[in-house]
Write a protein that binds this ligand. Structure first.
Ligand code: ADP
Ligand code: MG
Length: 265
């Protein structure tokens, strides 16, 4: 879905169009994204899959409004992020985008529940609705018994659950996760994936997970393959019986593109 119409753009939780991002490094310039487009539907669980250095984190940063693209646009629930002032963008992000990172990014001095409510407290929305949502998230994520613990007293899986609760506390339109299982052992990583899939289904959440692991991508409904800053291909996971079959398909896509480059050069 590279060319979204105006109607689609306003109806969809997330549309990225023609994203280009360059980084200057000394005298040279790295083009991390080269016109990447992506549209994500309501309640969709999308995995963005690609090798290290392919541009996944850059794409996620741009979609989260953490950095501006050099070209292209990001539209969330009909709002073009480039139209917002810095202040408006900060508020918009807090209310509409939940972020989950590989390194959890919890604040060490705060308890689990203080970490979870931080985004809404910062937004001046520390009301009874937030209190109710905190209770239901603690229960749903199985961390109610850990609410007064600081991050260093929690396992990696528990810390990521806290980070997921923090991402959901403002009831955002979109949750973006960058290698959310990258710091976890594989069994715990799979539990986190299952949780994300369940949250997507139960709450009709829109979730985008960036990963290089087929065992993570297999939990999504759709996979977008990114290579050298471009989206090469998108496919539904329903046609693959397991993560091995999905990994083989991913390899086919990547190697066909490498062969095509060989012919072209
Ligand atoms: P991935 O997350 O898929 O590993 P990244 O988006 O982090 O890929 O990086 C894509 C490319 O852009 C890489 O070549 C990386 O070195 C470069 N890059 C990313 N961020 C920066 C930055 N802040 N400064 C310079 N180069 C960067
Ligand atoms: Mg990355």
């Amino acid at each position: 879905m590279s060319e979204a119409t105006e109607t689609e753009r306003s109806a969809l939780p997330l549309v990225a169009e023609g994203l280009t991002k360059r980084f200057r490094q000394g005298t040279s310039t790295v083009e991390a994204l080269k016109g990447a487009s992506l549209a994500v539907g309501p309640g969709e669980f999308l995995a963005v899959m690609g090798a290290s250095g392919s541009g996944k984190s850059t794409l996620l940063h741009l979609m989260a409004g953490l950095a501006p693209p050099d070209e292209g646009s990001v539209t969330i629930r009909g709002t073009d992020l480039s139209a917002l002032s810095d202040r408006a963008l900060t508020l918009f992000r807090r209310r509409n985008i939940g972020l989950v990172f590989q390194a959890f990014n919890l604040i060490p001095a705060l308890t689990a529940e203080e970490n979870i409510t931080l985004p809404v407290v910062a937004d001046g929305r520390d009301d009874s609705e937030v209190a109710d949502r905190l209770e239901s998230l603690l229960a749903r994520l199985g961390i109610a018994g850990r609410r007064r613990h600081r991050p260093d007293a929690l396992s990696g899986g528990e810390q990521q659950r806290v980070a997921i609760a923090r991402a959901l506390i403002a009831d955002p339109a979109v949750v973006l996760a960058d290698e959310p299982t990258g710091s976890l052992d594989s069994a715990t990583g799979q539990e986190i994936c299952r949780l994300l899939q369940e949250l997507c289904n139960e709450q009709r959440r829109t979730i985008v997970v960036v990963t290089h692991e087929p065992t993570v991508a297999a939990w999504a409904g759709r996979v977008a393959v990114v290579k050298d800053g471009r989206i090469l291909s998108e496919f539904a996971t329903s046609g693959f019986r397991d993560s091995h079959a999905l990994a083989a398909h991913y390899q086919d896509i990547v190697s066909v593109s490498a062969a095509a480059e060989g012919v072209a050069s």
